[in-house]
Design a protein around this ligand. Structure first.
Ligand code: PLP
Ligand code: COI
Length: 358
C-alpha cells in the first residue's frame, strides 16, 4: 500500500449495540481516522486512534464560515465473512470536486480510499451482519486554522468515523417500504452556481426548515424543486429522485444543483443494462401531477447510500395527496434494491465490478 498509517488501539472497547434495534447514526465504533493538512506540508500524520472528542481552537474557520465537507459510504459484511465497500473511488472523486469548490486542499483518491480501508480493517468486528444493517462511514474534512479573516484556511483535519446502522427509514422487518414525500414549493436547496453539487454541511443545515414542513404534513422527506422557477423536480431529502412515467424513468440532470450520487450513477447504469429507458432531463412537477392524474405515474423512488432505494407511495403537493402507482413498492424500485443491496452485501454476484474488498 502506498500510504501507511499508525494505529493506536483502544484499551477500553465499547459494548456493541444490539443489531436488532440499530438506528441510523447513533452509535460509533471504537476508533477513528485522523490526518492533518498544512499548506507547507500537505496531508500528513494519518493515524487511527481511539474514538473520542477532539480539541479545536474556538476561532477555527469551520465554526465561523462553514469551510467543511463530508462523504457518506458503507462497509458491508458478506455471508462468507468478507468485508466490502461499494464504489469507493466515486466518493474519492466527489471529494475532490467538493474540495475544489470549497477552496479546500485536493486529496489523492488513493489516499482517500487507503484511509477508508485502513479504518474499516481495524473496525471489522463493528460491521453488523443482520439484514438491512451495515457500518456507515463518514469521512469529513474541516478547516482548523484559528483565523477570523474570510479566506481559505491554511490548516485542515480529515477524519473518518464509523457508525453501525440499521435502515435510514425505519422499516419493520427490513427490506423496503413506501414513504410519503412533501413537495416543497417555498424554500429551495440550491441554485445554479452555488454548492448544491458539493457535499457540504451548509446544504443540510439549510434544509432543516423544509424537513419541518415535511414532518408537519406527515411526510418523511421533501421533494426539492429548482431555485429559479420552483417548478422542476430535483432531489428527495438527502437522496436523488427517480420518476417512472409510462415506460420512461426520469431523473434530474447534473447542472450543479443536485448531488451526483454514487447510487444515482449506479441506478442509471443498471437501468441501461436492463434496457429500461432512462432520461436525465428536466421534469416539471406539473408533468408528475398530470401523470398521476392520467394513471401513467408508475413509480417514484429515492436513491442514496443511506436511503439505498426508497420507494415513494404518496406525494403531498399543495393540499392534495397524489398516489404513486398503487401506493406500494413498484417493481422497478424493488428490482433495483435487490440488485444493489445484493451486490453490496455479497448475496448476489457483482457483475458490474463495483465492490472493493477490504
Ligand atoms: N443527494 C443528497 C443531497 C445526498 O445527501 C445524498 C447522500 O449522500 C445523495 C443525493 C445520494 O448520494 P449517494 O448515492 O452518493 O449516497
Ligand atoms: C448518505 O446517504 O450517505 C448521506 O449522506 C445521507 C446523510 C446526510 C444522512
Amino acid at each position: 500500500m502506498k500510504y501507511n498509517f499508525t494505529v493506536q488501539k483502544t484499551t477500553t472497547p465499547k459494548v456493541k449495540p444490539d443489531p436488532n434495534t440499530l438506528k441510523f447514526g447513533r452509535a460509533f465504533s471504537d476508533h477513528m481516522f485522523i490526518m492533518d493538512f498544512d499548506r507547507d506540508r500537505g496531508w500528513y500524520d494519518g493515524r487511527i486512534v481511539p474514538y473520542g472528542p477532539i480539541s479545536l481552537d474556538p476561532a477555527a474557520a469551520v465554526f465561523h464560515y462553514g469551510q467543511e465537507m463530508f462523504e457518506g459510504m458503507k462497509a458491508y459484511r458478506t455471508p462468507d465473512g468478507r468485508v466490502q465497500l461499494f464504489r469507493p473511488y466515486m466518493n474519492a472523486e466527489r471529494t475532490r470536486k467538493t474540495n475544489e469548490r470549497m477552496c479546500m486542499p485536493d486529496m489523492d483518491p488513493e489516499l482517500f480510499v487507503s484511509a477508508v480501508k485502513a479504518i474499516v480493517d481495524v473496525e471489522r468486528d463493528w460491521i453488523p451482519e443482520k439484514e438491512g444493517t451495515s457500518l456507515y462511514l463518514r469521512p469529513f474534512i474541516i478547516a482548523s486554522e484559528a483565523f477570523l479573516g474570510v479566506q481559505a484556511s491554511n490548516q485542515y483535519m480529515f477524519m473518518i468515523i464509523c457508525s453501525p446502522v440499521g435502515p435510514y427509514f425505519d422499516i419493520p422487518g427490513g427490506g423496503i417500504a413506501p414513504t410519503k414525500i412533501y413537495v416543497e414549493e417555498e424554500l429551495i436547496r440550491a441554485a445554479r452556481g452555488g454548492v448544491g453539487f458539493a457535499k457540504v454541511g451548509g446544504n443540510y443545515g439549510g434544509a432543516l426548515k423544509a424537513q419541518e414542513h415535511a414532518a408537519a404534513h406527515g411526510c418523511s422527506q421533501v421533494l426539492w424543486l429548482d431555485a429559479n422557477e420552483h417548478s422542476f423536480v430535483e432531489e428527495i431529502g438527502a437522496a436523488n429522485a427517480f420518476f417512472m412515467i409510462g415506460d420512461e424513468v426520469i431523473t434530474a440532470p447534473l447542472q450543479g444543483t443536485i448531488l451526483p450520487g454514487v447510487t444515482r450513477a449506479s441506478v442509471i447504469e443498471l437501468l441501461k443494462k436492463w434496457g429500461i429507458k432512462i432520461s436525465e432531463r428536466p421534469l416539471r412537477i406539473s408533468e408528475v401531477v398530470k401523470a398521476s392524474e392520467d394513471g401513467t405515474l408508475k413509480e417514484i423512488f429515492a436513491s442514496g447510500t443511506a436511503a439505498v432505494i426508497t420507494p415513494v407511495g404518496e406525494l403531498k403537493f399543495r393540499n392534495n395527496a397524489l398516489t404513486v402507482g398503487d401506493g406500494g413498492v413498484g417493481p422497478t424500485a424493488q428490482k433495483l434494491y435487490d440488485a444493489l443491496y445484493g451486490m453490496q452485501t455479497g448475496t448476489r454476484e457483482d457483475d458490474m465490478g463495483w465492490t472493493v474488498e477490504v
